[in-house]
Write a protein that binds this ligand. Structure first.
Ligand code: NAG
Ligand code: NAG
Ligand code: NAG
Ligand code: NAG
Ligand code: NAG
Length: 432
């Protein structure tokens, strides 16, 4: 029996080797590697496009390791992203004078550039063996692609938009597939034979150890940070008058260990603040909740406004920290989505801060975020987003809906916009 098996195997090996050398002239990949691809793609949510793309991928070497299969899947996603970006650019170019189209395209362009950045970081992280980071970054890349799709959904009245949405759909499948493979690699090791289809907590599957542990045990905002610059209401003694000016003064692409600490003196700062991607490790130090207040009133009731852009403070640069201040959006209970704080900052830490709004107060949009000893107030979906966020010792305050208080309207605390197994979850409150 075992002799027969051995012979069969020998025969199979021989057969594949033979057909491989023939096939090499016809196809890019020999059949035995097709079976490696097949096995790897079984760990994804969309095996068919996975196999098709990888079989035709020019970046896959003849004898690929599982890591090379993953890298090739990422490069499929990356290439398709570039096509998606140019389609969105075409939408922008062809929609002069149409505010809705222009806004949707502009958001797509911005957010797909983040997707591009995060995919590049994923590639880099994988080569350095940082699989947890790589998974987090790829998840953000997928989130941004989905956001672009969501923005276009509101302006789907031309052939080009319809085509672009269909294309983004396939792009998201590729991105999701690369993520699933990374999850399989992380959970089961580098032998594709041991990989299994994606599972979630709903299947009773809990991953061993998580990338967030370090974030939590790291505590919060370190004590004794020395301010690099100061913001004050009267602009005296060389301090900046607005928070944004101080942010602009932070160096671009500072090295990982360098923080830029902004002391924001007591006062109400009515402004829209953006911390862009290159401004890493920016720290906002206020003089206390309710004392240092950054406030605005942008909301989706305004022409051309989106939930994303409505944020009073929006942070994209990684490693952001804040302590001792209030973020507010005062658009009011009848203004629909009006974000006080939006964050895409990876490994960000927010401590002793207050978030005040009604609908969509805190937009924990993507990546890994810790909120500690914070106070979050709203009435509808007011903590939402795709980030893997941990809320430690936070007070979550539900304000009644003031418009029809007698009608028993519900107050939804959280909203997770996408129900896909490959997104990290908005984590429940944790007591420390
Ligand atoms: C833009 O969107 C708004 C709100 O959805 C709608 O009322 C308006 O008609 C749209 N404008 C165009 C030019 O499509
Ligand atoms: C990502 O990498 C590609 C290929 O190296 C490069 O062309 C592109 O500019 C990079 N994008 C970003 C946002 O860094
Ligand atoms: C976009 O609009 C077209 C035409 O109305 C429709 O067929 C298609 O399903 C829409 N796409 C999405 C993703 O909603
Ligand atoms: C929209 O795109 C889908 C998918 O490509 C296609 O099947 C459909 O016919 C398109 N609809 C319109 C109205 O262009
Ligand atoms: C992992 C694996 O099966 N790799 C195969 C890919 O194709 C080459 C060339 O036919 C084989 O030598 C490898 O064993």
């Amino acid at each position: 029996m075992s002799a027969f098996l051995f012979l069969s195997l020998l025969y199979l090996t021989f057969f594949f080797t033979l057909s491989a050398s023939h096939a090499r002239h016809l196809h890019q990949n020999p059949p035995n590697n097709a079976s490696q691809i097949h096995l790897a793609c079984q760990s994804t949510r969309f095996p068919q496009p996975c196999e098709t793309a990888l079989t035709h991928s020019s970046s896959l070497p003849p004898n690929p390791t599982s890591l090379q299969i993953i890298q090739s899947a990422i490069s499929v996603s990356s290439k398709n992203l570039r096509t998606g970006q140019s389609m969105v650019k075409s939408i922008l170019d062809s929609s002069k004078g149409n505010l809705n189209h222009t806004n949707a395209a502009a958001i797509c362009i911005e957010i797909l550039s983040f997707s591009d950045h995060r995919i590049n970081s994923t590639v880099d992280g994988l080569t350095r063996g940082k699989i947890k980071d790589a998974r987090a970054w790829m998840s953000a890349a997928l989130c941004y692609q989905n956001d672009c799709w969501g923005a276009l959904k509101y302006v789907n009245d031309t052939q080009l938009v319809n085509e672009t949405m269909a294309f983004l759909d396939s792009l998201m499948h590729h991105t999701s597939n690369a993520m699933s493979m990374m999850a399989a690699y992380d959970n089961y090791g580098d032998d594709v034979n041991s990989w299994a289809p994606p599972k979630t907590e709903r299947d009773g599957f809990y991953e061993k150890g998580s990338g967030g542990t370090a974030l939590i045990s790291g505590g919060g905002v370190p004590a004794g940070l020395k301010p690099d610059v100061t913001v004050c209401k009267d602009g005296s003694e060389g301090c900046y008058k607005t928070v944004q000016e101080a942010v602009n003064a932070a160096p671009d692409n500072a090295e990982a260990t360098r923080r830029f600490v902004i002391l924001i003196k007591e006062g109400v700062y009515e402004e829209t603040v953006r911390v862009p991607l290159p401004k890493r490790n920016v720290v906002f130090l206020g003089e206390g909740m309710g004392k240092t207040v950054i406030t605005g009133s942008l909301n989706v009731g305004q022409p051309g406004m989106t939930t994303y852009n409505s944020a009073t403070v929006g942070v994209v640069g990684d490693g952001f920290m804040a302590s001792g201040l209030t973020f507010a959006n005062t658009a009011g209970p009848d203004a629909h989505q009006a974000v006080a704080f939006r964050s895409d900052s990876d490994l960000s830490v927010i401590e002793n801060c207050e978030f005040i709004g009604n609908q969509d107060t805190l937009y924990a949009h993507s990546l890994r975020q810790l909120y500690k000893k914070c106070r979050i107030q709203g009435n509808v979906d007011f903590i939402f987003g795709n980030s893997a966020a941990v809320f430690q010792e936070c007070d979550i305050l539900v304000v009644l809906r003031q418009l029809n208080p007698g009608k028993g309207e519900t107050n939804a605390i959280t909203a997770h916009p996408i129900h896909r197994s490959d997104f990290p979850k908005l984590l429940a409150q944790r007591h420390g």
